[in-house]
Design a protein around this ligand. Structure first.
Ligand code: DX5
Ligand code: ZN
Length: 228
C-alpha cells in the first residue's frame, strides 16, 4: 500500500493528471509516460463540491496494483471525511482534502497521517492562505488550485503566481518541511516561473497527455526550459 514516502522523496516533481488521459486506454497512456514521472495525480470529483464527476476508490486500487508510481489522490468531494478511509485502503500515498469541503480538516489530516499516507490540504483560488495557518502542524502538502476545480484544460489564473510565492514563505516558516503543489493550467510556458515561485510538485494534465510524446513533455516541464 503506502510506499513509505518521506517528504524528501518529493522535490521538484511532475505529477501527470490522468483526468486528461483516455479513460478507455488508461493503462496505455500511463505507459506512454515511460517512467519519466514518479507520481500520478488522480482527481476524484463528486458532482457536488465540483460540477464534474470522476474516479472512485476502485480506480485508485486498480492503479496501486498496476504501477509503483506514487499515487497523489486529490479529493474534490463534499465532506471528504466520509470517504477518506476508503481511499487510504485503496492505496493513496498522498491524500488531499479541500479545506472548503471539510468541517474538521485538522482531525482528518491527522487521520491520514496516522494511516501512513502524506496528508494534503487544498485551497481553491478564492480561498485565503490565512485558513492554512493553524492546519500546518498536521499538514505534509499544500495543494493550491490555480484554476477553479472541476475540469482539465482551463487557463492558469495569473494572480496565483503571487499566492504561490506567499504560500512558500508561509511554509518555510514552519518547523517541519511541507510540500507545495499547484494544479491547473500548467504548461511548458509557465513551468519555469512556477518552479521559481517555489513549487515542489506540479500537476499537469492536458499539457502532458495531449502532447505527441508525453514522456518528453514531462521532462520539459521538469526542466522548466520550455518558457518563451
Ligand atoms: C482540475 C483538476 C486538475 C486537472 C488539471 O480540477 O484538479 O488536476 O486535471 O488539468 P490541466 O493540467 O489540464 O489544467
Ligand atoms: Zn487535481
Amino acid at each position: 500500500m503506502n510506499k513509505r514516502l518521506t517528504i524528501n522523496d518529493l522535490r521538484h516533481i511532475i505529477a501527470p493528471s490522468i483526468l486528461a488521459a483516455d479513460p478507455l486506454r488508461l493503462a496505455a497512456d500511463i505507459e506512454r509516460l515511460g517512467g519519466a514521472a514518479r507520481c500520478l495525480h488522480i482527481d476524484i470529483m463528486d458532482s457536488h463540491y465540483v460540477p464534474n464527476m470522476n474516479g472512485g476508490p476502485a480506480l485508485v486500487k486498480a492503479l496501486s496494483q498496476f504501477t509503483d508510481m506514487v499515487l497523489d489522490v486529490h479529493l474534490m468531494v463534499e465532506r471528504p471525511e466520509h470517504v477518506v478511509d476508503m481511499y487510504l485502503e485503496a492505496g493513496a500515498d498522498i491524500l488531499t482534502i479541500h479545506q472548503e469541503a471539510c468541517r474538521h480538516p485538522h482531525r482528518w489530516l491527522g487521520r491520514i497521517r496516522a494511516a501512513g499516507a502524506l496528508a494534503g490540504i487544498s485551497l481553491n483560488p478564492g480561498t485565503s492562505l490565512e485558513v492554512l495557518r493553524d492546519l500546518l502542524p498536521e499538514t505534509d502538502l499544500v495543494l493550491l488550485m490555480t484554476v477553479n476545480p472541476g475540469y482539465g484544460g482551463q487557463k492558469f489564473i495569473p494572480a496565483m503566481f503571487d499566492k504561490i510565492k506567499r504560500c512558500r514563505e508561509l511554509l518555510d516558516q514552519q518547523d517541519h518541511r511541507i510540500l507545495l503543489e499547484a494544479d491547473g493550467g500548467i504548461t511548458v510556458e509557465n513551468s519555469s516561473m512556477l518552479w521559481q515561485a517555489g513549487l515542489d510538485v506540479m500537476v499537469a494534465g492536458s499539457s502532458i497527455f495531449q502532447a505527441a510524446d508525453p514522456a518528453a513533455q514531462v521532462r520539459v516541464l521538469e526542466s522548466g526550459n520550455g518558457g518563451i
